[in-house]
Design a protein around this ligand. Structure first.
Ligand code: UDP
Ligand code: MG
Length: 311
C-alpha cells in the first residue's frame, strides 16, 4: 500500500475550503484503493477568517484529514515546507487551496510517478482569469531568473507538483530561511517531468499574493539562486571608475594647459550625483545579500506550529 500525501497551504481561504476539500476527496476516490491510500494535510498559515475552524471540523469527520496550525502568517513557501515536513507519504503533492490547479491533474501525476519519475510538476498550458499584469510579469520573470541563475526552473510552472519520497527527503534537508521552493526543487535534480494542464481561475475569494508578496518571492528567487547582481555591482563600479579616470585627466588638462578651468561646475555636479547614486545602488545590492546572510545565520526555525490537528 502506497501513501500519497496532499499538502494544501491555506491563508484566509474560507470561501473555497469546502469546495477544495470536496474536489480533492472526489478526485482521490478514483485512485485504486487496493494500491493507494492518501492523507490531506491542510496548513493554516495564520488565517484571520474561519479557515482553521473548517479544517478542524474536517479532521473530525474524515480521518484522512490533518491540520497544521501556524502561530502566525509565515507565507506560502514556508507553509508548503511545513506540510511536506509533516507528511508521511511515499509521494507528496502540493496544491493551492484556490482550485486554480485542478485536482484531477493529480491522477495524471500519479500515473507518471508509476512510470518511474521522481518529480512531476504541473505545467500551465493556459491561465484563465489572471490579470494581464500577472501573466506578463510571470512570463518574463522566469526567463529572466533562468538567465541569471545556474538552475533551470521549468517555465510556466508553479508549486503544483508531485515528489517521490527520495526527492522529497533531499528537498527537506535544505533548511534555508529564504525559500524559493520551485528553484530548490529544480536544483536537486532527479528524474523530472511535467504534465500539462489548463490553469483555471480562482474558485472564490481574491488572491493572497498582493504585489508586495510577489516582489518578495521574486527577490528571494533572484538572490538565493544567483550572484549575478553582485557581479553587476562590480561591473557598474568598474565602468564608473573608468569614466571617473577620464574625468580626472580632463580636469587636470583643463587646469594645467588652459585658462577656462573655473567652468565645469556642471560636469562636477553631474558626476558627484551620478557616482553618489551608483554607490548607493551597489551598496543596496550588497545590503540585500548581507541581510539574507544575517537572516540565515540566526538559524531560527522556519515556522512555529501552534497546534497539530488529527495527527
Ligand atoms: N498562501 C499562503 N500564505 C500566504 C499567501 C498565500 O499559504 O501568505 C496560499 C493560499 O492560500 C493559496 C496559495 O498559497 O492556497 C496561493 O495563493 P494565491 O492563490 O492567493 O496566489 P495566486 O494564485 O494569486 O498567485
Ligand atoms: Mg491562486
Amino acid at each position: 500500500m502506497k501513501l500519497i500525501s496532499i499538502v494544501v497551504p491555506c491563508f484566509n481561504e474560507e470561501e473555497v475550503f469546502a469546495e477544495t476539500y470536496r474536489r480533492l476527496t472526489e478526485t482521490m476516490s478514483h485512485i485504486d484503493k487496493t494500491k493507494y491510500d492518501y492523507e490531506l494535510i491542510f496548513v493554516n498559515d495564520g488565517s484571520k477568517d474561519k479557515t482553521l475552524e473548517m479544517i478542524r471540523e474536517k479532521t473530525i469527520s474524515d480521518p484522512r484529514v490533518k491540520g497544521i496550525n501556524f502561530a502566525r502568517n509565515f507565507g506560502h513557501q514556508i507553509a508548503i515546507t511545513a506540510g511536506l515536513d509533516n507528511c508521511k507519504g511515499d509521494a507528496a503533492v502540493v496544491i493551492d487551496a484556490d482550485l486554480q490547479d485542478p485536482p484531477s491533474v493529480i491522477l495524471d501525476m500519479i500515473a507518471k510517478w508509476e512510470e518511474g519519475y521522481d518529480v512531476i510538476f504541473g505545467k500551465r498550458r493556459d491561465r484563465a482569469g489572471e490579470s494581464a499584469f500577472k501573466l506578463l510579469t510571470a512570463k518574463y520573470f522566469y526567463r529572466f531568473i533562468n538567465r541569471l541563475s545556474d538552475v533551470d526552473i521549468p517555465l510556466d510552472t508553479g508549486d503544483f507538483r508531485l515528489m517521490d519520497r527520495a526527492a522529497l527527503d533531499q528537498f527537506l534537508s535544505m533548511r534555508e530561511t529564504y525559500r524559493f521552493v520551485r528553484g530548490m526543487v529544480a536544483w536537486i535534480g532527479f528524474k523530472q517531468t511535467f504534465v500539462e494542464y489548463d490553469r483555471e481561475s480562482r474558485f472564490a475569494g481574491s488572491t493572497k499574493y498582493p504585489l508586495k508578496k510577489m516582489l518578495r518571492l521574486a527577490s528571494d528567487a533572484i538572490l538565493s539562486f544567483s550572484n549575478t547582481p553582485l557581479k553587476i555591482a562590480t561591473f557598474v563600479g568598474f565602468i564608473t571608475s573608468c569614466i571617473a579616470f577620464v574625468g580626472i585627466l580632463y580636469a587636470l588638462y583643463m587646469r594645467l594647459f588652459t585658462n577656462n578651468f573655473v567652468e565645469g561646475w556642471t560636469l562636477l555636479m553631474i558626476s558627484v550625483l551620478l557616482i553618489g547614486g551608483i554607490i548607493l545602488l551597489v551598496l543596496g545590492i550588497i545590503g540585500e545579500y548581507v541581510g539574507r546572510i544575517y537572516g540565515e545565520i540566526k538559524r531560527r526555525p522556519l515556522y512555529i506550529i501552534k497546534d497539530k490537528i488529527g495527527f
